[in-house]
Design a protein around this ligand. Structure first.
Ligand code: FAD
Length: 408
């Protein structure tokens, strides 16, 4: 069978790998030529790692599988009548089985114009832009003679108290406090403000309250101001309005709303508010035998709850689907139902603390941080990246340095 996988992220890659050296002809289409390890993007955004440390050419991943080929192209639509995927360069790719794994993107709750001021963290470009904005703000503050402007430029507002917001706020606070400290003559980077704004009652809504409170305390120890039950109502190039309070800021980071990429529209599907594709237990798209969806773009229900948008969900779904299709003989064949096994949820706060929620067991503190580091290194795509990232972390742990601080 001709199997086309759209998206070479966590889910698509796991699925195609499971089909490696199978009797099927597999084509992976991605608009980028690399697979990105998004959980460590915040370290690129704060100068700790470089993009190449957490990205791997998709072509290289599949080098050893003769039945898998790769195309770099952006899919624009799917012609279900003729079973073709159509890309933005006008090419068409036929399929017998189609797998959609295009992931999610950030949503600005109807304020799309905010995107120009508040950078989200999803791509390498996003991470680079945040890093540039952060470092440029400090450089401009050093040149300014106006204390108010210096204060504004060295204030960062992070919007959204989920794992991305928490990780970003912690890393930005450490950047000012430890890395840049002593390098400037007219400003004191360690007194830079980092404000984390969250509309809900507490941070990290998907974690148990005790762990979330611990994370909050650790962030406060790093000097992060946490504003709960408050909402950003306006935004421009020089700051934000939070409820009725104007907050001048040099850098704004967005980590609030997530929505699916528009793959559902390619199939003309009705979706929920987040744009996710409804799938059957075997991950086939409801009403489209032979078309499957996995990862962040799917609305998969297990035990009456939707599975969260996590890398481990996408990976497990990808592997399950690939293994199921390996022995399939015709498109649209019913496959074994998918069941997700939760291996624990984690978030990291700075370079000393993390939280782990394993369901019945929980963990926090330095030991959790060590486990977080081991797990993330292990999950990187190959041995080269693992060695590179481990070395850099060890060096940074000892020196507090962040080596990737070039402003392009
Ligand atoms: C900053 C950040 C931190 C995170 N931290 C964690 C964490 O610690 N733990 C965890 O479990 N999860 C984490 N996640 C979530 C995790 O990254 C996602 O759940 C996971 O990436 C979903 O996998 P996916 O395969 O569905 O999509 P992705 O991995 O996003 O892959 C989608 C792929 O599709 C491609 N694509 C998109 N549109 C098109 C198109 N039209 N044509 C061709 N190609 C296309 C993209 O280029 C991309 O390669 C984090 C996410 C972010 C953004």
């Amino acid at each position: 069978m001709r199997i086309v996988v759209v998206g070479g992220g966590f889910g698509g890659l796991a699925c195609a790998k499971a089909l490696g050296n199978s009797p099927h002809q597999v084509l992976v289409i991605d608009k980028k030529n690399f697979n990105l390890f998004q959980p460590l993007l915040y370290q690129v955004a704060t100068g700790a790692l470089s993009p190449a440390d957490i990205a791997e050419p998709i072509r290289r991943v599949f080098k050893k599988y003769r039945n898998i080929s790769t195309v770099m192209a952006e899919v624009e639509r799917v012609d279900t009548a003729t079973s073709h995927v159509v890309t933005s360069d006008g090419r068409q790719y036929p399929y017998d089985v189609l797998i959609l794994a295009t992931g999610s993107r950030y949503s600005y709750f109807g304020h799309d114009d905010w995107a120009q001021h508040a950078t989200s963290l999803k791509t390498v470009e996003d991470a680079r832009l945040i890093r540039t904005r952060l470092l440029t703000a400090f450089e401009r503050a050093e040149k300014s003679t106006d204390p108010e402007e210096q204060r504004r430029l060295t204030t960062t507002v992070v919007i959204g108290g989920g794992p991305t917001g928490v990780e970003m706020a912690g890393a930005i606070a450490e950047l000012g406090r430890w890395t840049l400290e002593g390098e400037f003559r007219n400003i004191n980077p360690s007194s830079a403000r980092v404000i984390l704004v969250e509309g809900g009652q507490r941070l990290l809504g998907q974690f148990p309250e005790k762990l979330a409170l611990y994370a909050q305390r650790e962030l406060e120890n790093l000097g992060v101001e946490i504003w709960l039950k408050r909402r950003v109502t306006e935004m421009d190039a020089s700051g934000v309005r939070v409820d009725d309070e104007r907050v001048p800021a040099g850098t704004i980071v967005w980590g609030a709303g997530v929505t699916a990429t528009p793959a559902a529209q390619w199939l003309g599907l009705e979706t929920d508010r987040t744009g996710r594709i409804p799938v059957e237990a075997d991950l086939s798209v409801v009403g489209f035998p032979g078309i499957y969806a996995l990862g962040d773009i799917t609305a998969f229900t297990q035990d009456d709850k939707f599975l969260p948008g996590l890398a481990q969900v996408a990976k497990q779904q990808g592997r399950h689907l690939g293994e199921g299709l390996r022995s399939a003989t015709e498109p649209g064949q019913k496959l074994a139902p998918f069941r997700y096994h939760d291996r624990g949820n984690t978030a990291v706060i700075g370079r000393h603390a993390a939280i782990f929620d394993f369901g019945r067991h929980r963990m926090k503190g330095r030991l959790a941080w060590l486990l977080w580091a081991i797990v993330h290194v292990y999950l990187l795509v190959n041995a080269e990246k693992r060695a590179l990232v481990s070395l850099q972390w060890l060096w940074r742990y000892i020196t507090k340095a962040r080596g990737v601080r070039l402003i392009p």
